[in-house]
Design a protein around this ligand. Structure first.
Ligand code: ME8
Length: 519
């Protein structure tokens, strides 16, 4: 039987500098979404990578006195290491300087040209190198320092050259129809409204080539020009799916189920990208989801303020699953969020060390001491037992519904509500008191707790994969019995199965002089 496919992407990042926590955040969240669908039995393809062309890359290389190829290779390697360090389960890491990508970008260009949507003309206008985007004069303002800036604050410079244009204006109606007929195409809903009103206000044709520098994919048939970096960048999503070889098995993943992006690049993904695809006759992605921005103690991260957080340092300091858990649980996905040392410590100590960690530690040590280190005997289940077991089962349905609309925090909250409830169950049943009065009942209570932990462990895998694995190992759950499909009666723990010696799963974060006040 062929499994349902699920294709999910992150943006590809500019390797003009080192990765920061904002990049790591996007990858962590996308990884949780990808892992969720894998555990749910889908044939998942998860893509991330680096966007290596464009003027910004060229200018950074010139400033650093290195070749742009070397700059791209050096920083792309750091992004790749960062992606590994945050536990990303991406299936590919694409670089836009790869040969296969040049082929795909030239192929989509040719399809758009064949469709009559590309023409050459003179371009005059304002360009922001930082955004790699053109702005209408009416969108720019001149500051007190005499510098003209675009709405997000980066300087723009006057640009005048002969370029190729894409007939974006011809797609206005089809784009509006897309947002109307497929309301899920853009999430969250407020982003869809912004995009729709932008498109309604009128679309101009888009300049899609540059001839003043060489660092890009050559325009087919005119190598005086390189493609505008966004034409090439967006195409990465189909390159990795095998384009233009659409009879290749890899093409089964296209169209993508969701492009996860930050809110800064919504216009590129929901206006330009679908218009390019419509022009080239390629199916559109099913959804684009824009998350919010992270702020350091409420302040915007910026190199000049000096509060850009290095993801490697954060993981080193707090632990990988602690960092993943914090960002996924604390920040409602789609909204802006803030982080600080205290918030990370409070959240992870309360939920991971106290709630989940203590429950696992207390119940598993009791089992080791009182049940011969084996899964306890399951006697007849009382109502309290079935209630908590059912809750753990129902959390799966809640998580499924939430994850398909990228409400990661809602899914995770549902799992941790079960943990809180299981703590109340454990305290209320007092298995330590039953040890003498009713040992059979004690075994059933410990069995139920262990089975709830098995379900919670399976459900936690997308978010805190390392710790979930540790927990499932402590419960002797076989590696091939950890899918969501195993959260059933049939998958329940078998009484008498030997268990390994219990170990703590989540260390508590303790303030130490030498650890400092953190990152
Ligand atoms: O835009 N908070 O690359 P980029 C949260 N190459 N997320 C943040 C963030 C923050 N403070 N800062 C950055 C590009 N991000 C293009 C994309 S895609 C075909 C081409 C994340 O290196 C967020 O996902 O500037 C944002 O969209 C992305 O990094 C921008 O990365």
């Amino acid at each position: 039987m062929t499994r349902e496919t699920f294709y999910i992407t992150t943006p590809i990042f500019y390797p003009n500098g080192k990765p920061h926590i904002g990049h790591a955040y996007t990858v962590i969240a996308t990884d949780a979404l990808a892992r969720f669908q894998r555990h749910d039995g889908k044939d998942v393809f998860f893509l991330t990578g680096t966007d290596e062309h464009g003027l910004k890359m060229q200018q950074t290389a010139d400033k650093e006195g290195v070749s742009v190829q070397d700059l791209a290779a050096r920083n792309s390697a750091i992004f790749r290491t960062m992606v590994g360090a945050i536990g990303s389960s991406n299936d590919q890491f694409i670089r836009t300087t790869e040969e296969r990508h040049k082929r795909a970008a030239q192929a989509i260009w040719e399809r758009m040209a064949d469709n009559g949507d590309i023409y050459i003309d003179r371009y005059t206008g304002w360009y922001s190198v930082r955004q790699e985007a053109y702005f209408d004069e009416s969108e720019t303002t001149v500051g007190e320092d005499g510098v003209r800036r675009e709405p997000l604050g980066s300087p723009v410079e006057w640009n005048e050259e002969e370029t190729y244009f894409f007939r974006l204006s011809a797609y206005q109606d089809r784009l509006l129809e897309l947002y109307e007929k497929q309301p899920d195409f853009i999430g969250p809903a407020e982003r869809r409204n912004e995009v729709a009103s932008f498109v309604k206000s009128g679309l101009k044709d888009l300049s899609i080539s540059r001839s003043t520098f060489k660092w890009g994919v050559p325009v087919p048939g005119d190598d005086k020009h390189v493609m505008y970096v966004w034409v090439d960048a967006l195409t990465n999503y189909i390159t990795a799916a095998g384009y233009p070889d659409t009879d290749n098995a890899q093409w089964r993943y296209w169209p993508a189920d969701v492009h996860v992006i930050g809110k800064d690049i919504v216009r590129f993904h929901t206006v330009y990208w679908p218009a390019f695809l419509m022009s080239a006759g390629i199916p559109l992605p099913k959804r684009v989801y824009a998350h919010g921005f992270l702020f350091n103690r409420g302040e915007k991260m910026s190199k000049s303020v000096g509060n850009v957080v290095d993801p490697f340092a954060l993981i080193e300091h707090y632990g990988l699953d602690q960092v993943r858990y914090f960002f996924l649980r604390e920040v409602p996905f789609g909204q802006d969020g803030s982080y600080s040392h205290d918030a990370i410590v409070n959240r992870t100590n309360a939920d991971l060390a106290n709630d989940l960690g203590n429950l696992a530690q207390r119940s598993l040590s009791m089992i080791a001491k009182n049940c011969g280190g084996k899964v306890p005997e399951r006697g007849e289940l009382a109502e309290a037992d079935t209630v908590i077991l059912d809750r753990a089962q129902k959390a799966l349905a809640t998580a499924r519904e939430a994850m398909i609309r990228q409400a990661i925090h809602t899914a995770l909250a549902a799992v941790f509500e079960v943990v809180a409830e299981a703590n109340r169950y454990f305290a209320g049943q007092e298995p330590w008191a039953l040890r003498k009065s009713d040992p059979a009942r004690m075994e059933t209570v410990l069995y139920t707790t262990a089975e709830v932990l098995r379900r919670v462990g399976i459900l936690c895998q997308p978010y805190i994969p390392g710790s979930a694995e540790k927990l499932l190992d402590l419960l002797a759950v076989p590696a091939d019995k950890r899918g969501f499909a195993d959260i059933t009666e049939a998958g329940m723990l078998q009484s008498g199965t030997p268990l390994p010696a219990p170990q703590p799963v989540f260390p508590r974060y303790v303030e130490a002089e030498d650890k400092g006040q953190g990152v």
